[in-house]
Design a binder for this molecule. Structure first.
Ligand SMILES: Nc1ncnc2c1ncn2[C@@H]1O[C@H](COP(=O)(O)OP(=O)(O)OP(=O)(O)O)[C@@H](O)[C@H]1O
Ligand SMILES: [Mg+2]
Length: 361
């Protein structure tokens, strides 16, 4: 028996989630930081979403000596010293595939999802056919998806909830940035067709976390060392391009006692650099490629809001800050938008596709 996983569940209001009578549509995003699942809620018309950290810890059963596994938040909390993130590079590699399969099985076990379900999962745009094949194996090996299993690019499914209540995004021309933990992806979409996909591993949420950890050490004159998981928590709780407020935290001193400190600059300095880098890649790498290959699509897409998705797009004020800096860099007005919950959007969009495909079968 696999242990249960403590996922953070919440219900979001939604339209068109149901499929028809005998279809149960499920959206999945197996991300490198978090795994998100969305499916129709048990009662009524909502959409149930759940998020789990994509990690595990191994420990030994004290009675049998057997190797045991703990998943998600519990693993990260209880075993910060040996927690393993299986999708560190964005896709499962080598023997991580087996671990990712176990993890996903445990996550699915802790949900009430019928085997006869329609599953759509989001895939990162990374040039790594083997990794993508491994990801597909992880999903196919799970108990769910007997009706169908399909994949769509994460940057497309993430834009779906930003553009309409249904699948309007699949009929439009637009540009989108998927701001994740291991990759920054940019693409244009023309009625669902992905044009000039561009991915960089240099401008990422993980990079921000490392920068915050280093800057905190500097800002506290070497008195405070935090790990990147704590840095990520600071970023998620306090990052705000609009109205950042300095905050305090307390650490245990090695020799006993505690030390209280205040962070004024570290979080926003790291985030400002991040957004400058995002705009730089967007304006000077991605857009010239798009203009070169698809001049018309470039013109049509830039007349519409640029869609920002992925967990980093949750940071308050990022849409306006991006508009300002991109407009300045390009010398023309750029508008942007983000879905309500950018961290859930790729999964919610995948779930809408699953509902539509389920109806058609
Ligand atoms: N509410 C939030 N506020 C700020 N940052 C957030 C929030 N939620 C998630 N993030 C950040 O977004 C990143 C994760 O984004 P996302 O879930 O889109 O990535 P992923 O799919 O796991 O990674 P990738 O696609 O790069 O493999 C992490 O750096 C995380 O700290
Ligand atoms: Mg992602």
């Amino acid at each position: 028996m696999s242990p249960t996983v403590d996922a953070e569940k919440e219900e979001v209001s939604a339209t068109g989630i149901g499929g028809d009578g005998n279809s149960f549509p499920v959206g999945v995003n197996l991300g490198s930081t978090r795994t998100v699942i969305a499916h129709p809620s048990e009662h009524g018309s909502g959409l149930q979403t759940s998020r789990t950290l994509t990690c595990l810890a191994r420990y030994e059963d004290p009675l049998t000596g057997e190797e045991k596994y703990l998943y998600g938040e519990e693993a990260a909390m209880e075993y910060p010293d040996k927690v393993e993130y299986m999708l560190r590079s964005g896709l499962p590699e080598g023997d991580q595939t087996e671990l990712a399969t176990q993890f996903f099985e445990a996550v699915i076990d802790s949900h009430d999802i019928p085997e006869q379900s329609a599953v759509v999962y989001a895939t990162p745009t990374i040039d790594n056919p083997e990794g993508l094949e491994n990801l597909s194996q992880v999903i196919e090996a799970s108990a769910i998806g007997d009706q169908l299993v399909e994949s769509y690019p994460e940057s497309l499914t993430g834009a779906i909830p930003a553009i309409g209540d249904g699948l309007e995004a699949l009929q439009e021309i637009f540009v989108t940035l998927n701001m994740g933990s291991t990759n920054l992806e940019m693409s244009a979409y023309r009625r669902g067709e992905q044009l000039v996909p561009f991915t960089t591993g240099a401008v990422t949420g993980n990079e921000v976390d490392r920068a915050i950890a280093n800057l905190v050490e500097e800002e506290t004159q070497g008195r405070v060392n935090i790990d990147t998981n704590t840095a990520r928590e600071y970023k998620e709780a306090h990052g705000d391009y609009d109205e950042f407020e300095p905050f305090t935290d307390i650490i245990q001193q090695p020799g006993g006692g505690t030390h209280e400190f205040t962070i004024e600059r570290s979080v926003m300095d790291a985030l400002d650099d991040y957004l400058d880098d995002v705009v730089e890649e967007f304006a000077n790498q991605f857009l010239p490629k798009l203009a070169n290959k698809h001049m018309r699509a470039y013109q049509l897409a830039l007349d519409k809001p640029v869609v920002l998705t992925g967990g980093m797009a949750c940071i308050p004020g990022i849409v306006e800050a991006f508009e300002e800096r991109a407009s300045e860099e390009l010398g023309r007005e750029i508008t942007a938008t983000a879905p309500d919950r950018a961290d859930l959007a790729a999964t919610v969009g995948a779930q809408r596709i699953a509902a539509e495909l389920g109806k058609q079968r």
